[in-house]
Ligand binder design. Sequence first.
Ligand code: AHR
Length: 664
Amino acid sequence: MVSYSYSSSNLLSSFVLCVVLVANAFQCFTSDATSTLMVDGSPNSGRPIPNTFLGAFFEEINHAGAGGLWAELVSNRGFEGGRGSGSPSSIYPWRVIGNESLISVSTDQTSCFERNKIALRMEVLCNGPKSCPPAGVGVSNPGYWGMNIEKGKKYKLVMYVKVKASGPVDLQVSLTGSVHRVNMVSIISFSAMTDNNFSKWTKVEGILESKATNHNSNLQITTTTRAILWLDQVSLMPLDTYKGHGFRMDLFKMVADLKPKFLRFPGGCFVEGYYLKNGFQWKNTIGAWEQRPGHYGDVWKYWTDDGFGFFEMLQLAEDLGALPIWVFNNGMSVGGEEVNMSALSPFIQDALDGIEFAKGSPSSKWGSVRASMRHPEPFDFRFVAVGNENCFPHHKVHYQEKYFKFYDAIKRAYPEIRIISNCDGSKTPLNHPADLFDFHIYPNNSMDMFSKYSVFDKTSRLGPKVFVSEYAVVKDDARNGTLLAALAEAAFLIGLERISDIVHMVCYAPLFINKNGRYSWIPDAIAFNSHESYGTPSYWVQQLFSESSGAIYLNSTLQTSSNSIVASAIGYRSSQDSKIYLRVKVVNFGSEIEKLRITINGLSSNVQQSRSTKTVLTSSNKMDENSFSQPNKVVPRKSALENASNNMVVSISPYSVTSFDLLV
Ligand code: AHR
């Protein structure tokens, strides 16, 4: 095992060079003390890191799904939005085109969809080109702060319409740039809609093909005919989503590039709700999208149409090659609501039904619903987490009582399912059975995170394994995602690799942020708007650990007088060229250049210079962040490692994490 041997350092006495760059920027001192990392690379040394080591945590927070990874462009497509069901509902962000003398817009409860009865009612008062504006009157939807419409791409429109009119009605669907009101696409015209053929709810569909690019477009539905028109479940989806599964391409790729081995979902607090009624109720999120009621996520304070529901999250995990980890609602909410023990059985049944939906046979009750969604094969479903963050001291006893009931029922029906408790077993063993326990860590201070690498050293090896299911530096040291925070997290991950005999899973939180959101959690791993995205430094750190899952953790010893560096070594087979590499990762959390001798013993062949590389994540200022204007300010830079050998001296830049990938 690695042993970190620090001596009390006399850092200030060993500088050979001092240049102050700018206020707050690095001071480029070089320490003349050379640290040594001795790696045992012999074939039988080391121990496997679990295959599930690095994963991702998708929570519906910051518009991660609705207005993010889920590519649906219409926001509040069923007009049920707002704070819950009932009429009047909020039609926000829909807007009315035309003044009150031309059109009257309201909602009523006449929809054909039983679980979401609200429909939009438009009473058109003008008639024909003389009294209506040339472009007509109607409604428009800006999506989630503007729809990204791109030249040459196709978009599928689906909506439900009902008409009451004395003659034929024309209805036009178009996409416009918000600035010049220029039509972006071939307009779909539904003409000759009459009382006869549209007096009942009718599904209409069409493809809009874009003639231009505008990242801030609106969908418009307009007419110039006097009539009463009802609209419901209006959807516009780009055709180019990942495998046609509805995932926005660029965001999907960014997650896939992390090579996550598991996907925890759908929260987080999102699962619980501030009030239980606003928690994630998976049964309301499956089946035909038109029939999903949607819900107001009252913790992160936005409406979701639930197009990205339980099925889609399972599909996402499968598409990523990741094992799904479903966090289910255990009858406890963020605001402290909880069901009585006597009323827990519906929640237990709900959890069992969810498991059956995910992995049951297509002939089972819930497995057949999954099969009807074109996924007859069971998902590779192995883990559930009983709630999220409920085992706080004031709740602990209640949580444990409930946990037992869930545990018992699930293990009886599905002995193979691995169950995650959210009580902290890091210091004292849990008093209840579990396969893993959740551990969340959000220090305000990066030094705190940097020095947390030994947090599980004393955790019992006899009990459940550790799932670090949420970690991040937050607040001042992190802001929107700084280099400094990311380096502290890299040191933390190096520490977790070292004790991956007990830490089996780790994922950062939160994964996504739509930067237009008004009520948001920062920092996050991936930031985006309607058409752009970038990784924060914390995202790039995760990429540097993406080969760790299933790799061999090699025994190594770091001898150093610096208290700013940590290092580890793994052996792995590259997914790119299938060759065996040895990866040494080093974090320098100080302002000096550190010299490090890396010696590798026990290899059957020498390190090869060709294909050996060095990848460095650093920047000129430790507080640097990425942004839309500078998305690549803090990203890993890869170069050939010219002096690659079994015994080499390397320089480690101040405030950096470096990955040396040595072909062996
Ligand atoms: O990651 C953001 C939130 O932090 C999660 O919803 C919750 O589990 C934690 O408190």
